[in-house]
Design a protein around this ligand. Structure first.
Ligand SMILES: Nc1ncnc2c1ncn2[C@@H]1O[C@H](COP(=O)(O)OP(=O)(O)OP(=O)(O)O)[C@@H](O)[C@H]1O
Length: 265
């Protein structure tokens, strides 16, 4: 099996510049927010409930438009249907009437740039990468929650996006499955090299995954702090959380989150 690599994996730069955003009720969520994510970087967004993490992800994907400022990928204004973008959400949102294989093929069929045989091959390749080669002919209801989320990951990755946007993809899973999927995600990322923006509420998960953690303050504060997580890779849950640097990063983030929460009351 050839090793997959995202098309143009050398790129995937995400730039948000001087963005203002308010919902229709007039409540301002961001003012003059700027953030750049470099190609291949793994950025985790962390912050208290309601600070605007999902809003930021929706701006980054072009699902919603800023009132002022720009959002671009490799210099091009972002649009949700761009081939460069892949998504995973807290709920896997699989089509229950399609097999696992056809769920993974779905995005490839929509794109229409591969023959049906090539779509099948690509979908099988990504199912194998997430460890589900044997589940190809099963239906979503026959899978565990963790397996469904792995199918969702394979579906997002199969079109080989330059940029993966993940909104708490493992938030609904038990702690053991979640750790396992975090390790899987890092393994895939190290092979595929996409730029990743990942939302979580979990400080340990943030430190484990990230090159950089971006802490958001209460809306409309925007970015409160950014922490570079200079832990060695590859990382594993058996060893990485024991490293003094892991504990130091964790403590720094806990202090910062406590500070952000205090300012809210
Ligand atoms: N469609 C909407 N219309 C109006 N207000 C909204 C809408 N979506 C979100 N909000 C508000 O914007 C703020 C930011 O919401 P958002 O979902 O981005 O936060 P979050 O940090 O992702 O929260 P959580 O961690 O709880 O998922 C919240 O006060 C929320 O109530």
């Amino acid at each position: 099996m050839s090793s997959p690599s995202p098309s143009g994996s050398a790129a995937g730069q995400l730039a948000l510049q001087a963005v203002d955003f308010a919902y229709a009720d007039g409540r301002s969520i961001f003012r003059q927010l700027s953030l750049t994510v470099t190609p291949g970087e793994f950025v985790v967004l962390l912050g208290p409930s309601g600070c605007g993490k999902s809003t930021l992800l929706n701006l980054l994907s072009g699902f919603i438009q800023p009132d002022r400022g720009t959002v671009s990928i490799d210099g091009e204004a972002v649009r949700p249907e761009m081939d460069a973008l892949g998504y995973v959400f807290q709920s896997p949102n699989l089509f229950p009437w399609l097999t696992v294989l056809d769920n993974v093929r779905f995005g490839l069929r929509m794109r229409g740039d591969l023959t049906p045989a090539a779509q099948q091959q690509r979908a099988r390749q990504y199912l194998a990468l997430v460890g589900l080669a044997d589940a190809a002919e099963q239906f979503p209801h026959q899978l565990s929650g963790g397996m469904r989320q792995r199918v969702a990951l394979a579906r997002a990755l199969a079109p080989e996006p330059k940029l993966l946007l993940a909104d708490e993809p493992f938030g609904a899973l038990d702690a053991i499955t979640r750790r396992h999927l975090n390790e899987e995600l890092l393994r895939l990322w190290s092979q595929l090299g996409q730029t990743v923006v990942f939302i979580t509420h979990d400080i340990d998960e943030a430190v484990f995954l990230a090159d950089r953690v971006v802490v958001l303050g209460r809306a409309p504060q925007g970015i409160d702090t950014q922490l570079t997580v200079d832990l060695p890779r590859p990382r594993s849950f058996a060893t990485t959380p024991r490293l003094p640097r892991f504990l130091a990063c964790r403590e720094q983030l806990m202090d910062r989150i406590a500070h952000v929460m205090e300012r809210a009351v």
